[in-house]
Design a protein around this ligand. Structure first.
Ligand code: GLN
Length: 252
């Protein structure tokens, strides 16, 4: 396959908690192993984001302070981003990045960090942080189970409630709000999650899900070739074991 996936990494200097940047290394490597080129543009504060040429956006997590800075800057692109999301632009948004897709994140002191309102939800800080390793069952967009799991690490003060299809059902950990047992959002091209770790090295099936979305967005519909993911799934299953989850991931 000769094509190039163009990824925009938004504000890497501010949003890169728990090695979120590692997600890009996994996407680039898995694309390269299939002879697909990847170009990564780092969009830093004050630089220009040209969405017309972008096939996938990566928005990582950050502290409340960093989120407030990024939130203001992102509003410049709100109209363009809304148009691109409506057209199916794939976005991986992690934790603070996830929260910024909604209308606001209300801090404990009641101040609000304004979000992009690309999706109709809000996040409100709770009395404590939701911290620890997490395992979820990945769901299809229609809510049915995929039979696959996603593992990682979460650390967030914000609680998110929404009515979109969740990325998964919490098996161990907290997820969106520690109450309804759902984690993340999947909507059109968007995959939003509280899972750091980074997300993709131990979850190669999610990396491929994103690559496939990016390729489709660019007009390529061929399935991705199968890679040897034995080591990645050993790491994945070690986390499931540690969390006492009995579902185990097998290679494709
Ligand atoms: N600052 C946000 C919160 O605490 C997001 C944190 C993160 O990205 N891990 O909820």
């Amino acid at each position: 396959m000769t094509t190039c996936i163009k990824i925009a990494h938004l504000f890497p200097e501010l949003l890169n908690l728990y090695a979120d940047q590692g997600n890009l290394a996994v996407l680039a490597k898995r694309a390269m192993l299939r002879d697909i080129e990847v170009s990564i543009t780092q969009v830093k504060l004050g630089s220009q984001l040209d969405l017309a040429s972008i096939d996938l956006i990566m928005l990582g997590g950050g502290s409340d302070r960093e989120q407030a800075v990024v939130g203001k800057e992102l509003l410049r692109y709100k109209a363009d981003l809304q148009e691109a999301v409506d057209a199916g632009l794939p976005i991986l948004a992690v934790c603070g990045g996830y929260q910024l897709l909604g209308s606001y994140y209300e801090l404990a002191n009641k101040e609000r960090i304004q979000g992009l309102s690309l999706l109709d939800f809000a996040t409100i800080a709770g009395p404590n942080r939701l911290i620890g390793n997490i395992a979820i069952e990945w769901l299809q967009a229609d809510g049915s189970p995929t039979g696959k799991t996603i593992v990682g690490f979460e650390n967030h003060g914000g609680r998110t409630h929404h009515n979109y299809p969740a990325l998964g059902r919490v098996l161990q950990g907290h997820g969106n709000n520690g109450e309804d047992h759902f984690e993340g959002i999947q909507y059109k091209g968007i995959v939003a999650t509280y899972i750091h770790g980074p997300l993709l090295p131990k979850n190669p099936h999610i990396a491929d899900h994103l690559l496939q979305k990016a390729l489709r967005y660019r007009g390529f519909f061929e399935p991705l070739s199968v890679l040897d993911d034995e080591l990645a799934f050993m790491a994945h299953n070690a986390m499931l074991n540690r969390l006492g989850v009995s579902m185990m991931m097998k290679e494709k």
